[in-house]
Design a protein around this ligand. Structure first.
Ligand SMILES: [Fe+2]
Length: 246
């Protein structure tokens, strides 16, 4: 089965549509979404509607929880807080109900465990380093775990249960074999707010039979998202960072 793997869309509809257009050629059969569908961006309601129409298997992220009022906005910096409050007011009742139905615990799909942050701490922990990846290997039952949350595409691969995970940088546009390691934690990067100094949207196509991971990058009209953010009165720093991929 070929799976379109999305994460951290962050209410950026232009980025999501660019991904869907690009992925059309790649024959995916199903969609997995690793959380933070909303937050920061100007189209939370529209992005949720797209994801629902795709029938995506979706988990909850910290920004989804914030939009639902499940966490204190004081935990966010002032700009993120403004964006959270704006987001709460701009999601329809039906889409809010869908958001609140998302699991916050890891979901198992065949050989893959899906979670937002990490299998150890699904909503909050960032898997940003090989040491964090290694510490998390004991917390998922399947060979592979898919995470988002960092907004940085990455693969952490361990050759055996008791070995350390090492970081592999993704080769965009080229399928990477997953058979080389016995366990791996894979991050497709962020659709709507990349943070690896590359402003292009990021996603991956996973082939669960061939066991390959195809990381992709696609340019999208950032200025459209920025104009919508400005019109919504969202913070200038959040608008500007999209142009830097940070
Ligand atoms: Fe996020």
């Amino acid at each position: 089965m070929r799976v379109l793997v999305l994460s951290d869309i962050h209410a950026n509809l232009a980025a999501l549509d660019a991904v869907l257009a690009d992925a059309k050629e790649l024959d995916y059969e199903t969609v997995w979404c690793l959380g933070d569908t909303v937050g920061y961006g100007p189209e939370p309601d529209e992005c949720i509607t797209r994801i629902r129409l795709l029938g995506a298997v979706t988990v909850a992220g910290n920004h989804d929880w914030a939009a639902l009022g499940r966490m204190e906005v004081d935990d966010f910096n002032p700009e993120a807080r403004r964006a959270v409050l704006w987001t709460r007011d701009n999601i329809g009742a039906e889409n809010l109900a869908w958001l609140s139905s998302l699991p916050s615990q890891p979901l198992v799909q065949g050989e893959f465990t899906l979670t937002h942050g990490s299998p150890r701490d699904p909503v909050w922990e960032y898997v940003l380093y090989p040491s964090t990846a290694t510490a998390n290997l004991a917390f998922f039952p399947t060979p592979f775990c898919l995470v988002g949350h960092t907004h940085v595409p990455a693969l952490y691969v361990a050759q055996s249960e008791d070995q350390k995970a090492s970081l592999l940088r993704p080769t965009f546009g080229k399928p990477m074999p997953l058979r080389g390691g016995t366990r791996a934690i894979l991050n497709p990067g962020s659709v709507g707010q990349p943070r690896d100094n590359d402003r292009r949207t990021a996603y991956a196509i996973l082939d669960t039979d061939a066991l390959t991971w195809l990381p992709r990058r696609v340019a999208y009209p950032i200025e459209i998202t920025q104009a919508h953010m400005r019109a919504a009165g969202l913070p200038e720093r959040l608008i500007n960072r999209l142009a830097f991929g940070w």
